[in-house]
Design a protein around this ligand. Sequence first.
Ligand code: DC
Length: 220
Amino acid sequence: MSKQIAIDGPAGAGKSTIAKKVAAILGFIYVDTGAMYRAMALYMIKEGINPGETNKIVDKCKSADITIKHENGEQVVYLNGENVNGLIRTEEVGNMASSVSVIGFVRQKLVELQQKLAAETDVVMDGRDIGTVVLPDADLKIYLTASSKVRAERRYKELTEKGVSCNIDDIERDIVERDYRDMHREISPLKQADDAVLIDSSNYTIEEVAKKIIDCYSKV
Ligand code: DC
């Protein structure tokens, strides 16, 4: 039976950085499920589809072949055979991902892929519904959060370091809107699983949070 650690939480709480670290320490594979929703969103953007066009999204979703490979320890997402890792990290794609992820048909397709990956190998998987829907029997579930202010500051720093000019208030507003959409959608909304450990990363470093998770895992 493969080992499973589920990490859920809102955008910008540090899930991917921390999950990657924990996976490296334990020798597990890190699976970033948000990247799959982002790849689907990129496909819709490329096809000229708008966020509210549910019927078109459902229809197009059928011809989106999303696969995950691990190359040199990194997760690589392929969309219809093309490596799209370099194209899915924009705000536009993130917002579209949040919109396409409300659609049950899209979720069903990607959840199946996620469960298949977790059945094959030991994983640290992060997302919004991993502990509640994708891996309900995970060995350890973490709900990782941070205040919207701290998350906006982190994102602002990340973008300005990359030379992208941005406004911190706009970033925080986007984060709050995205949280609302992710937490209030009808299907698989973001919420803490009853048996998840809550960690607020606002006042901790990445290393401290990773250590807390490893400590929790050593006790299960
Ligand atoms: O974690 P992220 O920012 O890359 O995720 C992008 C969007 O995808 C997020 O706003 C909601 C959606 N998502 C989801 O609904 N379920 C997941 N397991 C992962 C992401």
